[in-house]
Design a protein around this ligand. Sequence first.
Ligand code: ZN
Ligand code: ZN
Length: 304
Amino acid sequence: MIKEIPTSDEFASAAYAQFDFAWDIVISFMTTLDEAGQYIEVDKDDQAQFWEAARQRILTSLIIAQQGVELAIKGRLVAFSPYLLLGSPSDWPKDKTGEGIEFSEFKTIDAGELIKAYNMVSPQPFDTKFVELFERVRKVRNSAMHSVNAKLRISPKEVILIILEAHEHLFPDQSWVMARKEFLFSAPEAQVYDDNDHIDGVLVREYWAVFNLLSKSERERFFKVAAGVRKYICPACRYQSVKFDGPVPHYAVLEPNKPTSTTLWCFVCNDTHEVSRGRCSDAVCKGNVISDEYACCCTCGEEQ
Ligand SMILES: [Zn+2]
Ligand SMILES: [Zn+2]
């Protein structure tokens, strides 16, 4: 008998934990560099040296992200049958005590066979774009894990895009931004403070850095922030961020995008904010989108 058979949800949450960890590694370097730039001048050479020193850790984050992808696919397979993961009976362990064997003692099928198995049992096979991504990342991961290659480089943006893209394919109904927010609030360091007021500010700094890293079409794809429309300061995110000397984020959009619109939508707080369409009190600013609740101009950030 096989005991302790894992569920699809358990695999999914293990996958999420890996995505979060990989994301956390890359983001912590990006925000460290951003923060340094607030206090000292960081030129191109400094940046290059910074990323060279981070090279091995960025590769490690990619390895972790790939593990997350494999766990998520395993979760999808388990939804059909957990036994699909067990491979050939000739490799199965022996039940010496007669009390059964725990599922985790079995060797599961190779990563290279996961997609094949899924596409065989699922009425809806994986998108070819996802299969390409999986194969590409697996190759890099294998060379990073099994040998030493001084030329092997992965940029932070590549890891960020791999996580966003894999998450989009594997968990199409869930928002990565919201999942990451939950992770920050349940992180070990969040357990030791009485209040975790600063976490919303951390999230703003993080997504402002990612927003600036991505292209217009990537922002539209992953964060639903339309490419051709004007971006405003999210008054709620600004409030959370400046409390801790963070950046003022310009990533909110009018909803609908009309001259008379009185609602701003923000992908980070995932909320809408009421605005009035009056002139900013700063004569130099041409802004006419003023937050009622936070009494600030959403173009220049000036208090009203
Ligand atoms: Zn916001
Ligand atoms: Zn203004």
